[in-house]
Ligand binder design. Structure first.
Ligand SMILES: [Zn+2]
Length: 589
């Protein structure tokens, strides 16, 4: 995190969540202990959006959005956590400054990029850039598109950018950090030369419209076809989407983002009047990029070329999205890439393809069927079963059995039976195995425990004694527990509200949000605590007892007495535990 924790703490203490939120939710009025108003995150006519001054949290009973003051600002302003802290800081009069030195260097690198981008633009319009300009115009990029995306040309010279920097007295070693020029050392003399030569230049912008890097496309033949700036202080590919600076507002307004493969695709689709379009930088979508989009919209449509390389890339990015609160769909163009398609067929036909996008599972199934035309049905079904296995919900799986039965003209029961046989002994891919209630229950206890601890931080002292990190099988609860322990060991105070700083996104955030309205079954938090710990411990003991019982069934006679003794010991431990808890209200040994 770029902002020092004590600054965040300072801002938190000065910011009353109800005052900050009222700036965005004018309908906010006091009702009992809380404030209620019309939710800014979903359409509603009667208020279900609630702010608790006690908890310093908000929660919407309609759309279940919730969090602390920073999460609110991040969501409503479409910014990340760091940005949201800065905004709240501005409101309460505590300006956030980044570390000065880094800030200086950051600004310097941006200034160098801006300077060079300007000269690349001039070069595109010069005689030397004629071939590059012709290439763009012939492909179908309009003059307006060239201006809008500030396209340029890196001349076929080794020292074009280098000379510009020299003339402007920019220290070349600093310029090397932008990746615009490279350095080689021969006989202890440094040589500097341009990275981009004879390429069309696509400046890459951040959200504040600063140029943080470049993409360069070779004009005729040559390798590599595309080349990007290297990673630097200002340029981290996994966090950036090409076109995001322009598309951001449109994505937020439409609630939908269109992702295409390349720079030209973005420009082509944008030129055609479809402006909620972005592209990753030459790789599959990353978790960070999807997170960026999920803050603005709830649907991402990945549109890829007709060739299969793009499809593979898009399929890889799906696994990344599994735990984000966003719907991903895939559309594949029947021919060409998005740039040519939209140019030749127009925006309306392009949007028809976008609107026909399929959910990933459907997409995968359709592909398997299409690729295996004429092959044995059993073989095709096996591949499909492998996909169905990854669906965490039985209800959804049933839907596909129906569908397959009509596609293959086979009785649904037969398909289901084959599926059962095929998947026997293989594990499903759900976060929590849904057909096993005991596991659900154990995971639930763990989640309740961390929520209780967030609400009653003093209980952490007991928890550290009673419950080690290894006792956690649920990843979400485990992560939060780990953070709680770390804060405790660092002598830092914590609260439910503060935990959102560490988890502004994802499953952990979802769980923490539930804490807003969580009613524990006991008035006294100590009793609730003991109940949960008891449940967790009893579960572990029961699991061991079952294991021994199974061994008795399978193992040979000699060991049976040993297993019976072990079970007896465990049973006694269980009884002791139960009575101890109800007598003393705590498990401290
Ligand atoms: Zn809502």
């Amino acid at each position: 995190m770029a902002i020092p924790r004590d600054t965040i703490e300072h801002i938190r203490q000065k910011a009353a969540i109800e005052d900050i939120i009222r700036r965005y939710v004018p309908t906010l009025t006091k009702k009992g202990k809380n404030y209620v108003g019309l939710c800014p995150f979903h359409k509603e006519t009667s208020p279900s959006f609630t702010v608790s001054p006690d908890k310093q949290m908000f929660y919407c009973f309609g759309c279940h959005e919730g969090g602390n003051v920073f999460t609110f600002i991040a969501k409503v302003e479409h910014v990340d956590f760091v940005q949201s802290v800065k905004i709240v800081g501005e409101i309460v009069g505590i300006p956030v400054r980044n570390e000065e030195k880094q800030n200086d260097e950051y600004a310097t690198l941006l200034a160098i990029n801006a300077m060079i981008a300007e000269r690349y633009r001039q070069a595109l319009m010069s005689a030397a850039g004629k071939r590059a300009l012709d290439y763009l115009l012939n492909r179908g990029v309009t003059r307006q598109g060239i201006d809008e995306f500030q396209l340029g040309y890196a001349p076929d010279e080794w020292q074009y950018a280098t000379d510009i920097l020299r003339q402007k007295n920019v220290p070349l070693d600093i310029a090397v950090k932008t990746g615009n020029i490279n350095k080689s050392v021969k006989n202890s003399t440094s040589h500097y030369y341009d990275r981009f030569r004879n390429r069309v230049i696509f400046p890459i912008f951040d959200q504040k419209n600063e140029i943080i890097g470049f993409g360069g496309r070779i004009i005729e033949s040559g390798e590599p076809k595309y080349m990007n700036s290297p990673e630097s202080l200002v340029f981290q590919k996994r966090n950036i989407l090409y076109g995001f600076n322009k598309a951001r507002q449109h994505i937020a307004e439409l609630g939908r983002a269109i992702v295409v493969e390349g720079y030209l695709d973005v420009i082509g689709v944008y030129q055609a009047g479809i402006q909620n379009v972005v592209a990753p930088l030459g790789t599959a979508l990353t978790q960070e990029q999807l997170q960026l989009l999920s803050r603005l919209s709830n649907e991402v449509i990945i549109v890829f070329d007709a060739d299969s390389a793009g499809v593979k890339a898009s399929l890889r990015s799906l696994d990344v999205a599994a735990n984000l609160n966003i719907t991903i769909k895939i559309a594949q163009l029947p021919e060409m890439d998005p740039f040519d398609f939209v140019n030749k067929r127009g925006a309306r036909e392009f949007m028809a393809v976008v609107d026909s996008a399929l959910k990933p599972v459907d997409f995968r199934i359709e592909r398997i069927i299409a690729e295996n035309k004429g092959k044995s049905q059993v073989n095709v079904l096996k591949q499909i079963f492998d996909i169905l296995r990854t669906i965490p919900f039985e209800v959804e799986r049933q839907h596909y059995f129906k569908k397959l039965s009509s596609v293959f003209q086979v009785d649904e029961k037969a398909i289901r039976a084959d599926y059962e046989r095929f998947t026997k002994g293989k594990t499903t891919n759900g976060v929590i195995v849904t057909d096993n209630n005991t596991v659900d229950f154990y995971a639930k206890s763990q989640r309740e425990l961390v929520l209780l601890l967030c609400n009653y931080p003093l209980l952490i002292e007991n928890a550290i004694v009673d419950c080690s990190l290894q006792d956690f099988t649920d990843t979400v609860a485990k992560n939060i527990y780990q953070t709680l322990i770390t804060l405790y060991e660092d002598n830092e105070s914590f609260s439910l509200e503060k935990m959102f700083d560490f988890y502004p996104e994802g499953e952990e955030k979802k769980l923490l949000t539930q804490g807003f309205s969580k009613q524990f079954s006991f008035e006294d938090p100590h009793v609730a605590y003991s109940e949960i710990i008891l449940n967790m411990k009893l579960f572990t003991i029961d699991k061991k007892i079952n294991e021994f019982a199974e061994k008795i069934e399978k193992d040979n006679r000699e060991n049976i007495q040993y297993y019976i003794t072990e079970i007896e010991v465990l049973r006694r431990e269980k009884e002791k535990l139960t009575s101890y808890i109800y007598n003393k209200g705590s498990i401290k040994h």
